[in-house]
Write a protein that binds this ligand. Sequence first.
Ligand code: PLP
Length: 405
Amino acid sequence: MESTTSKKPGQVSDLLNKINESATLAMARLSREMAQQGMDIVSLSLGEPDFDTPDFIKQAAIEALQNNITHYPPVNGFLDVRKAIAEKFKRDNGLTYSPEEIVVSTGAKQAIANAIYALVNPGDEVVMPSPFWVSYAELVKLVGGIPVLINAKVENDFKVTPTQLRDAINERTKLIIYSSPCNPTGSVYSREELEAFASIILEKPDLYVISDEIYELINFSGRTASIAAIEGMFDRTITVNGVSKAFAMTGWRIGYIGAPKWIADACSKMQGQITSGANTIAQMAAKAAVSADPSVVSEMIEVFRSRRDLVHQLLQEIPGLKINLPEGAFYFFPDVSYYFGKTDGETTIQNATDLCQFMLRKELVAVVTGDAFGDENCLRISYAASEDILRDAMRRIKSALAQLH
Ligand SMILES: Cc1ncc(COP(=O)(O)O)c(C=O)c1O
C-alpha cells in the first residue's frame, strides 16, 4: 500500500493563494530551524516581550482552573471580563463602552480579523498608513478588499499627514487601519494629529477606523490618544487592544475590541462560527491584567526604554542607516537602502529581503524584511531581548554590513 507521506499535495483554495505567509513568523521559523541544527543564531525577528507573565496573572488562571471555569464561554466573552475591560477603557482612554460593546477574542489578531470580515465587502478599499503591521493587508485581501497604502518615510518619523489621508480616501473607502504606537516603526500619533485625521474621516459617512492600540502601555512619549475619544469618532471606531504585549502574555491569546454595538454584534457573530469564543482560563487571567493599575508593568516599560536607547546609540554607529527614534512598541525600522547595489564579491544586495538573508547567512542574525510591512527600503529589528543579546546582534549586523562595498 502506498504510504500517505509520499502523496502529492492537493490544490489549496484560491482564497489561500491570495495571501502571503506572515513574514515575521516565517523568519522566526527559519531561525528556529537553523538554531535546531546547532547554529549560533541571534534572532530579533519576533514581536514578543522576553519577560514572564506576572505572577498575579498566573494566579488568576490557576484559580480559574481550580474553580472549573473550563466550559464553553459566551461567544463575546464572560460578562465580568467584559465589565473589567469596560472599566479599563474608562480609566485609561476616556472611553465609555458598555459590556455589550466589547468582544473578547483569541488575540488582538482575531479581534482585527473579525472587524475586517464584519465590515469589508469585496471591492471595498481599506486605507492603511504604511509601514503597517503585516496582517492588516493580508486580512483585507482575504475578504476581497483592496489595501490602499499611504506611504510615510523615515524623514517624517514614519507618520502620514492629513493631506495624504484625504488624498487616499474616495467613495469606495470603507475602513482605515493603523497602529499607534506603531509596529513596525514605534511612531506614536498625538491627540492633535488624530484630531486632524478625525475631521477628514467625519466628512464621509460610512467610513470606519480600526485603531490598534495593542502597544498602548509600551509608550515612552507619556501620551496616549484613542481616536474614539475625539468628538464624533466613537460611533466610527473599533478600538483594538489586548494583553499580549503589555503583560507579556503572547501565548495566552487574548485580545479585545470596544465598538458600537452593531459592530460588536457582527464581530461576535463571526467569532461564533470560527472559535466559539476565547479560552476561558486565559480570559480570567486577562481580567486580572486589565483590572490592575498599569503601573504594575512600569518596570518592564523602563527596561524597554533603556534598550531602545541602547539600540538607538548602536545603530547610529553603523554607516548608512537612516533611523527614527521610536516612541513606543519595541522595534526599530532602519532604512537600509544605502546598501542596495553593494556586494561582498559574491552576493549583490538588491533589496531589504536580500540584505536580511545576507545577514542571516554571514553573521547568523535574524531580522525581518520591511517589504512585508510596506517598505522595501527598511528592516524591522525587534529589541525585545536582553542587553547582552542586543549588543551581540548589533555587532553582527555591523559586521555583516561592513562586508558590503
Ligand atoms: C500592531 C499589532 N496588532 C496586533 C497584534 C496581534 O496581537 P495578538 O498577539 O494579541 O494577537 C500584533 C502582534 O504582533 C501587533 O504587532
